[in-house]
Ligand binder design. Sequence first.
Ligand code: ZN
Ligand code: ZN
Ligand code: ZN
Ligand code: ZN
Length: 213
Amino acid sequence: MATTNSQTKPFKDQYRHCKDTGTCYDCGKKVGKSNLNGSAKCPTCYSNHLKYSQAKRVMRHKNSLCHYCGSSNIVKGLKHCLKCGDKMKAFRKGYSQKVKRQVFAHYGLHCECCGEDGIEFLTLDHIHGGGNDHRKELGKAGTAFYTWIIKNNFPKGFRTLCHNCNFGCSNNGGACPKASEHSHIRGIRETLRWNRTVGDIINTGNKSIKENQ
Ligand SMILES: [Zn+2]
Ligand SMILES: [Zn+2]
Ligand SMILES: [Zn+2]
Ligand SMILES: [Zn+2]
């Protein structure tokens, strides 16, 4: 039977109550907020939970079942079924878009050189160079690197560039080889963005006028 929102809600409420009062969700013991782990379990219940899920994974692995849902419809050579694989992919994609949006909301939502504003085209440029070395040193790239930026409170020394300008800069001693042409394009894109914003405002206005009629 599918669980509905109304069925899961009491659990969620109980869970939140446990977190707020420092009570273990599993055994009901009051251990204090600082002794609860992220899933509202006391240390004993948490370690039991880890042992249990570890044993479950080993059992599923032995029986060639999906590690996550136990389905026998496992994808050849992988640890999960197609459905769980899709779920994980969607989750990862959503997460990576979320952190990217957060990072560019801070450093700028368009390329500082050419004004490109498609988030898929944007990257974070180390203003003083050495980006590749820094990423290697951290051992983080892509989403992991953006997460590092957020965790470190958006450090100084970065700016938003598109992949093209970033590549051009790093191959041209730090300056985009098409900087003057790109500054012209940036102006055009700024006008386009402005027109889009005005268009959106007019559209929303028209819509609310219609709705109120
Ligand atoms: Zn407990
Ligand atoms: Zn599965
Ligand atoms: Zn650019
Ligand atoms: Zn450029």
